[in-house]
Design a protein around this ligand. Structure first.
Ligand code: FES
Length: 106
């Protein structure tokens, strides 16, 4: 079994497929902001996938549109409410939750 480790807490939980990272975090008491309630209309749930990005679903046009507004936008950035693991991981996944204080709010 492979795990997702969330930084900076360094909390590791089993990597579940087909469930959003926001839902996985919520179910495991890991706080990720979600100002719009998870409907892809803000950037508060931005995360950085440091390792294992290839196991995730593709970015939709709407997600990309929102991501480009984030100060954390990069090839590793995703919105936690829109990304999910869709293929079987062959290694552990590493996700960083950027500091809340720096997040852009809409
Ligand atoms: S919670 Fe707003 S885009 Fe994810």
């Amino acid at each position: 079994m492979f795990y997702i480790t969330f930084l900076p807490e360094r909390k590791s939980i089993p990597a579940e497929k087909n469930k959003t990272i926001l839902d996985i975090a919520f179910d495991n008491d890991i706080v990720i902001e979600h100002t719009c309630g998870g409907v892809c209309s803000c950037t508060s749930c931005v995360i950085l996938i440091k390792k294992g990005v290839e196991y995730f679903n593709n970015i939709s046009e709407q997600e990309l549109y929102q991501l480009k507004k984030s100060e954390f936008y990069s090839s590793r950035a995703r919105l936690a409410c829109n990304c999910k693991i869709v293929s079987d991981p062959k290694e552990n996944i590493l996700i960083e939750i950027p500091p809340i204080i720096n997040k852009e709010e809409l």
